[in-house]
Ligand binder design. Structure first.
Ligand code: ADP
Ligand code: MG
Length: 282
């Protein structure tokens, strides 16, 4: 009897059919003689959550900054939502960053004199738009902060402040949200709250997230973990668990690539990136 089932390759594979949210090919970034990135090929599929791990100095922040158009690679290619960044003028790159890319850092970088709602509305105001109250309220509700519109950063906990920063990064409905150690400054309970929320953004809204972390507990919330060493992807884990991530990190450390660098949560010496500018990197 002949089967009426669709061919396996076509059955139920929307991610395979659509282009990745971010595509990196041969991504290379040198700082004089330092190879911060050394030919990275990666796809971040739409609606997936990827964690990037590796020892300090392995190129994690550089990877995110290049992928987000905050830093120009020495060689290689970055595509965001199907648009190649390399040929873009400064102006077009700025617009693409503003409209298609969200970025959060370890430090929340909220403006202390503005309310949560005003902080969230800022990217739209900078784009010359007057955001509706509903739009801002919904953005805060998406990160579990309904009713906190009028609070100033000083009146919110660290986890709540980071959630405001995430709402601000998501207000333009970007193709991808990058986070450089977004839970690095939080205690384990608030860190888990933020991770729960990131996971929900992926599962509920189909948000694409790429997050650098040193913490196996954080990485285990992702769909995939990519390991960098000396600017190269050395391993990948799908459906990670805390144990499998920790074991892989231990293996990387004992391989002795950078024995003194360490990658042990939660005491990463990497300073917080202060501002989302091209030159800002941690
Ligand atoms: P990670 O985030 O994994 O700690 P980074 O991406 O910050 O690593 O850095 C990768 C390498 O590139 C490190 O050796 C770092 O010292 C170097 N590097 C990063 N930014 C610069 C810069 N602006 N100038 C010189 N070297 C840099
Ligand atoms: Mg870093």
């Amino acid at each position: 009897m002949t089967s009426t089932a669709p061919p396996p390759a076509l059955a139920h594979s929307p991610a395979a059919a659509s282009p990745p949210a971010v595509r990196l090919r041969g991504l290379t970034r040198h700082h004089r003689d330092v190879r911060a990135l050394d030919g990275v090929d990666l796809d971040f599929l739409a609606g997936t959550f990827t964690a990037v791990m590796g020892p300090s100095g392995s190129g994690k922040s550089t990877l995110l900054q290049c992928a987000a158009g905050l830093d120009r690679p020495t060689a290689g290619r970055v595509e965001v939502g199907g648009t190649a960044l390399e040929g873009l003028s400064e102006r077009r790159l700025t617009l693409l960053r503003r409209d298609r890319i969200g970025f959060v850092f370890q430090s929340f970088n909220l403006l202390p004199s503005l309310t949560a709602a005003q902080n969230v509305a800022l990217p739209l105001r900078l784009a010359g738009r007057r955001p509706s109250r509903t739009e801002v309220r919904e953005a805060l509700a998406r990160v579990g902060l309904a009713g906190r519109e009028r609070h100033r950063p000083g009146e919110l906990s660290g986890g709540q402040q980071q959630r405001v920063a995430i709402a601000r990064a998501l207000i333009t409905r970007p193709a991808v949200l990058f986070g450089d150690e977004p839970t690095g400054a939080l205690d384990s309970t608030t860190s888990r709250e933020v991770l729960d929320m990131l996971r929900e953004l992926v599962d509920r809204d189909g948000q694409t997230i790429v997050m650098v972390t040193h913490d196996p507990v954080a990485a285990a919330r992702a769909d995939r973990v990519v390991f960098l060493v000396d600017g190269r992807v050395t391993a990948e884990l799908r459906s990670p668990t805390v144990e499998s991530v920790a074991a892989r990190m231990t293996a990387l450390e004992t391989a002795g690539t950078r024995p003194t660098d360490g990658c042990r949560a939660p005491t990463d010496p990497t300073p917080a990136a202060p501002v989302p500018t091209r030159s800002g990197s941690c």
